[in-house]
Design a protein around this ligand. Structure first.
Ligand SMILES: C[S@@+](CC[C@H](N)C(=O)[O-])C[C@H]1O[C@@H](n2cnc3c(N)ncnc32)[C@H](O)[C@@H]1O
Ligand code: SF4
Length: 364
């Protein structure tokens, strides 16, 4: 039985220049039709679901669905939730206020993840974000006042043109907020985005490495555990839904473009909004592209995801790496530690994780 559910809510007011997600812009009049289709797909898939430990409402901009539509989805899910289930929603700052957060909390949301990205007006503008820095600040304060179990903030570093001074200002501001959880991603220039078309470049490797070290050092000093490559949590506030992905647990994804991994098969739902709504209406579930995950793929994913965590990877569960002899070399070089069939990166190894993985694994 599946215990982790992702629900994709694709509507956005505009497409940010760096965004490669499945997003629908200018289609707000389809929200009710989409909600009906989602509930249809959930009903069709319900028999696969056990008591749900985690639910993640992601986007797109889930908060553009407005709280009453979210309440409908969570109302359907309520009888399926395990005791103490984590129910997360992504919130864009310009779409929420005190009243909206209150309604989301009453609808059963336990965890809010606010897409801040930065507090620097120039960077928000270059990322083509809708929210101003003050709207970001207000949204975080409102979420903290609402009494959710956890409040998380997403940030980006390596934004083209970002200076060290701007980075330091973001670090100082977020560290002072007292939020429960922080995700701090290095910006990827995704294909087919406005940023890629402009020929934007990621920063110099040395700058990015220094930036990352400053972020980790400051957040750890502030009492956050660096529990995953890009994620920091106060004790007890780790994202359980993400931990399920990183532990390669099965999950079901509902909605347009959503991905599921169940019993060694991965599938992706149809990516067009009209197609998704039409297919669910006609046949209960959308069209899907499915691929069986062979043993080698599963083993490689377990290593790639498992080494992102600060807790050791159990090799009896993950299987051997492609190049077991590299373990000895990497351990001698101080990049990882092995004991009793468990492997964990050292602090130094975590900063060069990609290089470590390239030594251990073949990539397709
Ligand atoms: C599903 S996204 C979008 C959530 C929400 N719509 C927003 O924009 O705030 C979740 C997070 O992924 C991160 N993200 C999005 N695009 C990225 C990119 N190109 N590179 C790195 N991180 C990215 C952002 O920090 C974002 O908050
Ligand atoms: S708001 Fe989030 S999901 Fe929507 S376009 Fe911007 S980054 Fe992508």
């Amino acid at each position: 039985m599946i215990r982790h559910l992702y629900v994709h809510l694709p509507f956005c007011a505009s497409r940010c220049g760096y965004c490669g997600f499945v997003v629908e812009v200018g289609a707000l009049d389809r929200r009710d039709a989409y909600l009906a289709a989602l509930r249809g797909e959930l009903a069709a898939e319900r028999s696969r679901l056990g008591a749900l430990e985690t639910v993640y409402l992601g986007g797109g901009t889930p908060t553009l669905m407005r709280p009453h539509r979210i309440a409908h989805v969570l109302g359907d899910l309520a009888p399926m939730l395990a005791d103490g289930a984590e129910v997360s929603i992504e919130a864009n700052p310009e779409t929420v206020d005190r009243a909206a957060f209150g309604k989301l909390r009453r609808a059963g949301v336990t965890r809010v993840s606010i897409g801040a990205q930065s507090f620097q007006p120039e960077l928000l503008a270059s990322l083509e974000r809708q929210a101003s820095a003050d709207q970001v600040r207000r949204a975080i304060a409102c979420a903290q006042d609402t009494g959710f179990g956890s409040v998380s903030v997403d940030l980006l570093f390596g934004v083209p043109g970002q200076t060290t001074t701007q980075l330091e200002a973001d670090i100082a501001e977020v560290a002072a907020l007292g939020v429960d959880h922080i995700s701090w991603y290095e910006l990827e220039i995704k294909p087919d985005t406005a940023l890629a078309r402009m020929g934007a470049q990621v920063p110099e490797e040395d700058w990015a490495a220094d930036a990352y070290e400053s972020i980790v050092a400051r957040l750890e000093a502030g009492g956050y555990r660096w529990y995953e490559t890009a994620n920091f949590a106060r004790p007890g506030h780790e994202c359980r839904h993400s931990l399920a992905y990183w532990s390669a647990s099965d999950y079901l994804g509902l909605g347009v473009g959503a991905v599921s991994t169940v019993d060694g098969t991965r599938w992706r739902n149809t990516t067009g909004l009209a197609a998704y709504i039409g297919e669910v209406a006609a046949q209960g579930v959308p069209a899907r592209i499915a691929e069986p995950l062979d043993q080698a793929t599963r083993r490689r994913e377990r290593w790639m995801l498992g080494l992102r965590l600060d807790r050791p990877l159990d090799t009896a569960w993950a299987g051997p790496p492609d190049h077991p002899e590299a373990l000895v070399r990497l351990e001698a070089g101080g990049l990882l530690e092995t004991a009793a069939g468990r492997v964990v990166l050292t602090r130094r190894g975590r900063f060069v994780q990609n290089a470590v993985l390239h030594e251990l694994m073949e990539y397709a």
